[in-house]
Design a binder for this molecule. Sequence first.
Ligand code: GDP
Ligand code: MG
Length: 163
Amino acid sequence: MTPIVSLVGRPNVGKSTLFNRMTRSRDAIVADMPGLTRDRHYGMLRMADRPVIVVDTGGFEPVVDTGIVHQMARQTRQAIAESDLVVFLVDLRTGLSPQDLHIAAELRKTGKPILLAVNKAEGRHGHPALAEFHELGLGEPFSISAAHGDSVPDLLDRILQAL
Ligand code: GDP
Ligand code: MG
């Protein structure tokens, strides 16, 4: 079975940017599956000669709840359920948000392996602001820049090691 890696996070953290960078490689096949949803975008790529399917999840639908709580859309839950690994993306520029904490709690409940990646970290790797993401309880925050490519190869290595 080809392992499936899903990219999860609230809107605007850079999931699609990371997906595009990962699937831009020579070996990538990106396919929209119209029968499913425009919010789930699949790409097949080879990492160190291993085929991996990457899923760009877009669907977090705001739910009127306590006002700040947003619930994961069903589509995103399904993508996570079929994943072997979740890359949870957060945004260093906006910092930790209540929605990040909520998503982290949901992800922990799934029992799936999770890699925490702090995006938009160009020029700020090792920055003290990274420390606040420890609060997510998902281990050491790993800083990347999906837009610039910083540390994306290292993230791919970590993904491979975790699969
Ligand atoms: P998504 O909603 O999680 O899929 O986020 P997008 O990939 O659409 O990105 C949202 C915005 O963040 C866009 O304007 C991107 O250009 C920007 N962005 C994504 N990655 C980075 C990054 O590494 N650094 C910076 N500065 N901006 C980024
Ligand atoms: Mg997107």
